[in-house]
Structure formats: C-alpha cells, structure tokens
Design a protein around this ligand. Structure first.
Ligand code: ADP
Ligand code: MG
Length: 238
C-alpha cells in the first residue's frame, strides 16, 4: 500500500539517502533497522512529507505523494509517531492526544478519542495529568495514542523503544502488535536487530543511507551479516 521508490534525500549539499526503496503491504509490520546516523529518521520523514526527497517517488495506494504537502498524508490514512515522543510537556495528556485529531471534524475526533482509549486503557487514569510529568514509557504511550487519533491505515514510528525500560519495551512491543492486529500497517525504525526483526513481517537494513539487505523478519534475523555485525554472534572457527 505504501511504497518509497528510489528515494534520494539531501540536507543542503549533503546527500544522506541513496536510492532507497521500501514497501509496506496492507496490514504489514515492517522494520527499518540501522545504526545511529544511517538515515532511519530521514526515511520516515520522507515518507510522511516532512522532508522532501530530491528524487524518487512516495506512493500510497497508487497515488503519488512526494510533491504533495504534509497535510495530505493524514487524510489519506498516514500518521507518524516522532522520535523521543515530542509531546507538549505542559499540556495535559488529553490535550496532547486530541492534537492528533487535527485533520478531523470534532465529532469524529471524539469518536477517535474513544477508540484510542479503548485500545490503550492504561492511559485513562492519566488523562488530566501534565504530559511532562509522566514516565518515559507512559509518554511513549501518549505519543502512540496521538498518532492513532487520525485512524491511520499506516502508522510510521520513529524508534518507539528509545530510552524505555525493558518492561516498557515489552509493553510498547505488545501494543504495536495489537495495533497491527487491528489491521493498521506499521513502518518503524529501530537500532536493535532483535527488536526490529523478531516481530516484523519484513525488514530492511540501512547502512550509510543505503538499503543493504532486506527480507522477511526471520530471514533478516538468520542472515549471517546481521548475526555477525548486529547480533554479535561469532561464527565457529574450525
Ligand atoms: N536537519 C538536518 N540537517 C543536516 N543533516 C541532517 C539533518 N538531519 C539528519 N541529518 C544527517 O543525516 C544523516 C541521517 O540522519 P537520520 O536520518 O537522523 O539517521 P538515524 O535516524 O538513522 O539516526 C546523519 O548523518 C545526520 O547527521
Ligand atoms: Mg533517528
């Protein structure tokens, strides 16, 4: 349903993505894994229209989006949860979540709000709390809730596990699976190979702005290069 085709991205004169092609099928969970600075965030920004590619196409359900403004995407069913959560720390949890419904008329926004809270009931007790006072994990939950307000068919998530305790990682992991189980396709970034590929249908390995490997989640986890470089598994020496 979502395709990035041969995307190049520059920041000023510096090229940071080269010929990146990534596909997300209907209802799929897809991971983009790569080290710090490899271009993962830029891939999502290009997909969401927050950064204009210098060449290549972004296609959603056959419609080309790369020239369109970033406001078109939410209406077409795309939504993004940005890295490090990016909440408004002084606003309440409720206000932060409602901001995710900006593209919708208000009756619909309230229906979305109810739907989101049914999916993420653990947020309910914190609705009137100041967002900045919540733990990192709770804030990530609120950021996900905000991203879901647009009722996306494709949810982009930039390092959803960043800075979370192992228990919260498990929790967010379970939430992503549940959202995906609701039929929402997810394209997410992550630096950890195991986290990336253990739960995804397909994955991509990004190095220095280029896709160097792709395959099913299982294939990626079993790939000798991924094992050696990113899982720290040493080949037996005979
Ligand atoms: N706004 C920016 N201006 C200039 N260079 C940037 C900007 N954002 C990212 N970069 C550079 O682009 C490359 C890819 O960055 P990024 O997509 O954030 O990687 P990742 O998310 O994998 O850490 C890095 O070399 C980074 O320094
Ligand atoms: Mg990043």
């Amino acid at each position: 349903m979502l395709r990035l085709e041969n995307i190049d991205v520059h920041y000023g004169a510096t090229q940071v993505l080269w010929d990146v092609s990534i596909e997300v099928g209907e209802g799929e969970m897809v991971a983009v894994m790569g080290p710090n600075g490899s271009g993962k965030s830029t891939v999502l920004k290009a997909a969401m229209g927050l950064k204009k590619p210098s060449s290549g196409r972004v296609v959603l359900d056959g419609e080309e989006l790369q020239g369109r403004s970033a406001t078109v995407r939410p209406r077409r069913g795309m939504s993004i949860v940005l890295e490090r959560r990016r909440l408004f720390p002084r606003m309440s949890v409720r206000e932060n979540i409602m901001l995710g419904g900006y593209a919708r008329p208000s009756a619909e926004a309230h229906r979305s709000f109810d739907w989101v809270l049914d999916l993420l009931p653990e947020i309910r007790p914190h609705l009137d709390a100041t967002a900045g006072k919540l733990s990192g994990g709770q804030q990530q939950m609120v950021a996900i809730a905000r991203g879901l307000m647009a009722r996306p068919r494709v949810l982009l998530m930039d390092e959803p596990f960043l800075g979370l305790s192992p228990a919260m990682v498990k929790n967010v992991f379970a939430i992503m699976k549940m959202i995906n189980g609701e039929g929402v396709a997810i394209l997410f970034n992550e630096q950890n190979a195991k986290l990336s590929f253990a739960m995804s249908h397909r994955g991509y390995l990004l190095e220095s702005g280029r896709v160097v490997l792709s395959g099913s989640g299982e294939e990626m986890l079993e790939h000798p290069e991924v094992k050696r470089v990113y899982l720290g598994v040493r080949e037996a020496v005979s």
